[in-house]
Write a protein that binds this ligand. Structure first.
Ligand code: ADP
Ligand code: TYD
Length: 208
């Protein structure tokens, strides 16, 4: 059986990932492709625990935080109920809102990036995205979008942090560009323009 494809969307908060995921999902469904949409932190029990870090409900060491996101990621891949590795194996294409590059970018604000990469090594072995799509916007634009549409800002949604996170994404792409398929798109273009550019890169992967 032909495997599904695995696409990971990346970007700082408010970069337009949800918007583009919806557009890509619609296009894939139009083409009759079986498609599963998901996100990280996952909807599973480890994901809900991890979300309590984002709200400030759980406070712990930054290395523990990074390890919790990594554990949730492995569960997201491998659990028996809705693990995405089995879905891809069984011909279902999976689109995820965030994957391990989010960990490399967000956690290496506080802990060394090579440690975060090592902590996620098993996920990279189990399932590497056919394409990592980074929607690039600057922290000012992100802050404008976030504060316009949300009534509260979570722990990570602070401008100076987002600036560092964006820099870390670019650093991680430099470091891992040899082994990862990465598409960087200009997130300040219109949603339609961004969607078309993404489709130009996803369609050939589907035809492989
Ligand atoms: P994310 O999932 O990355 O947080 P969203 O897709 O929710 O981002 O987008 C954040 C906000 O920015 C939303 O209000 C959305 O309508 C808006 N938005 C998304 N894409 C664009 C774009 N290309 N140009 C302008 N605004 C956008
Ligand atoms: P969320 O509210 O789900 O959405 P959005 O992607 O639209 O901002 O936020 C998830 C937050 O979790 C986001 O600030 C990035 C952070 N995060 C990490 O710090 N590490 C990770 O490994 C992942 C997947 C997310």
């Amino acid at each position: 059986m032909k495997k599904g494809i695995f696409i990971a969307f990346e970007g700082i908060d408010g970069s337009g990932k949800s918007t583009q995921i919806q557009l890509l999902n619609e296009k894939m469904k139009e083409k009759g492709i079986r498609c599963y949409q998901t996100c990280e932190p996952s909807g599973g029990p480890l994901g809900s625990l991890t979300r309590q870090i984002l709200t400030g409900r759980i406070k712990t060491d930054n290395r523990v935080i990074a390890a919790m996101f990594a554990a949730d990621r492995l569960d997201h891949l491998l659990n028996d109920v809705d693990g995405i590795a089995a879905k891809v194996e069984n011909g279902i294409s999976v689109i995820t809102d965030r994957y391990y590059f989010s960990s490399y970018a967000y956690h290496s604000v506080d802990v060394p990036m090579d440690w975060v990469i090592k902590t996620n090594e098993e996920s990279a072995k189990v399932l590497r995205p056919d394409l990592n799509i980074f929607i690039d916007i600057d922290a000012d634009t992100a802050m404008e979008r976030i504060t316009k549409n949300r009534f509260h800002t979570e722990l990570f949604e602070k401008k100076s942090r987002l600036e560092k996170v964006r820099e870390n994404y670019l650093k991680a792409f430099d470091l891992l560009g040899g082994e990862e398929n990465i598409l960087i798109v200009d997130g300040t273009k219109t949603p339609e323009e961004i969607g078309n550019e993404i489709w130009k890169h996803v369609e050939p992967i589907l035809e492989r």
